[in-house]
Design a protein around this ligand. Structure first.
Ligand code: PLP
Length: 434
């Protein structure tokens, strides 16, 4: 027997609010307290001095991170955005260079390129994992291309070996934005450690956090050195440190505090368990949703694991006969939390559409240093555009804590809505009622 949809006055399938996701515990509180009581909340000095590399907690956190992720160097920063900026500067980008990047990402991935007056060139994504399609990356290469910024979006690693091979062939550097995929595996290696530089986020909304924060990893000591300089007033330190390559030695203050580093050390210890719990929850959800017609549950490649920052799904609208917005409002009425239709198409932001970033006159696109013709027209990334406009929807996994029982309620809500699809088709003008 069909149960009446909550949207039409029936009982909600999920009649409770789930607790907010919170990875912070007493270990973090005590670690932070000890630093606060010491009075030394940051030990960084922006001059050539042993404290140029930060205090005890910063150094311990970086060491622990490098060991955990099996990389030679880890450079802490005050956000992944800062980390991406440091990474793009470190690889020696020149104004007017092009960097190929996915449009299906947080704005900061592409902004980090513009900060150095380089030009983001958007290549389309593949529809399976929503990551950069290596074929499209190769097509987007021009004489001006210097690097690729690949994103492990929603927690699934991109096709990293293919992209690294293309980069090698064309002499490009690769930066991996791994903000959403800490602890995900790619062919036995951690996401973030395959490219020349990997950048993780420690922002409140991510798997583990320090409030704000980020970490850059690399196996190249020269890149680590340049990121450490950009992090900490490079231009003021260059002479005393004997820096010979002054390119992009425009230093910011991207330094993390000792308090955050102390919290980060505790958070890192919890990362495997937090991600594995989420993988178990996602697997249960997938088992429950698998049979629903016209709904594609997340694809996990056989040589990868998924960190499930988001639980990404794709709808077959023609088969369902119900538009995405309506399905979402019906599921929301049933009490399913964290639903969202579409994702980001960075190239469609006004800054790109109008090509106005620095000042009013189109800089850096109009700068003499830029010889290319990057286009941000609709249609340049058809997969990303179509998925965003019509077919993609996901559940935020970092907003709420999901227990097995709660996941079963979510599954029940989906099943109930799918049982009533006929009814939704028959009432094409139905809107959400209070
Ligand atoms: C969150 C996020 C960032 C930015 O991280 P912050 O630490 O908040 O600066 C960058 N890229 C992606 C893909 C993200 O999800």
């Amino acid at each position: 027997m069909k149960e009446k949809l909550a949207l039409f006055g029936g009982p909600k399938a999920v009649n409770e609010t789930f607790p907010l996701y919170n990875p912070i515990g007493t270990e973090e509180a005590e670690a932070a307290k000890r630093v606060v009581e010491s009075g030394a909340l940051s030990r960084f000095l922006g001059s050539w001095h042993p404290d140029f590399y930060g205090g005890e907690k910063i150094q311990a956190f970086e060491l622990a991170w490098a060991q955990h992720f099996r990389t030679k160097h880890a450079v802490s920063v005050n956000s992944a955005t800062s980390g991406l900026i440091a990474a793009v500067g470190a690889i020696g980008i020149e104004p007017g260079d092009e960097v190929i990047v996915s449009p299906w990402t947080m704005s900061a991935s592409a902004t980090a390129i513009l900060v150095w007056n380089a030009i983001p060139v958007f290549a389309d994504i593949e529809t399976e994992t929503f990551n950069l399609d290596p074929v499209q990356v190769e097509k987007a290469i021009t004489p001006y291309t210097k690097a690729v910024m690949v994103i492990d979006i929603h927690g699934h690693p991109a096709q990293l070996d293919e992209i690294m091979a293309i980069a090698k062939k064309h002499n490009l550097k690769v930066i991996e934005d791994c903000a959403q995929a800490p602890h995900a595996l790619y062919k036995g290696r951690y996401a973030g450690t395959v490219a020349d530089i990997g950048v993780y986020s420690l922002n409140y909304h991510k798997h583990i956090h320090t409030g704000e924060g980020g970490m850059c990893v690399t196996n190249d000591p020269a890149l680590a050195d340049r990121m450490q300089l950009i992090r900490n007033h490079a231009e003021a330190v260059a002479e005393d440190k004997g820096v010979t390559d002054l390119s992009n030695m425009i230093g910011f203050n991207f330094r993390m505090c000792e308090v955050e580093a102390a919290i980060g050390i505790e958070q890192l210890k919890k990362l495997p368990r937090l991600v594995e719990n989420r993988q178990a929850v996602a697997q249960r959800l997938t088992q429950g949703l698998q049979g629903l017609r016209g709904l594609r549950t997340p694809i996990i490649r056989s040589d990868c694991t998924h960190a499930f920052y988001k639980y990404p799904m794709v709808l077959d609208i023609a088969m369902l006969g119900v538009p995405r917005a309506k399905l979402i409002s019906v599921l929301e009425a049933e009490g399913v939390p964290g639903l969202g239709g579409g994702y980001v198409n960075v190239h469609r932001y006004p800054m790109y559409q109008k090509k106005i970033a620095y000042g009013r006159n189109g800089f850096p696109w109009t700068a003499p240093a830029y010889k290319g013709k990057a286009s941000y027209e609709r249609g340049i990334c058809p997969n990303a555009e179509n998925l965003h406009d019509e077919r993609f929807f996901g559940i935020e996994m970092c907003e709420h804590q999901f227990s097995e029982r709660q996941i079963d309620l979510v599954i029940k809500a989906f099943q109930k809505v799918w049982d009533n699809l006929d009814q939704l088709r028959e009432n094409p003008t139905t809107t959400k009622v209070a």
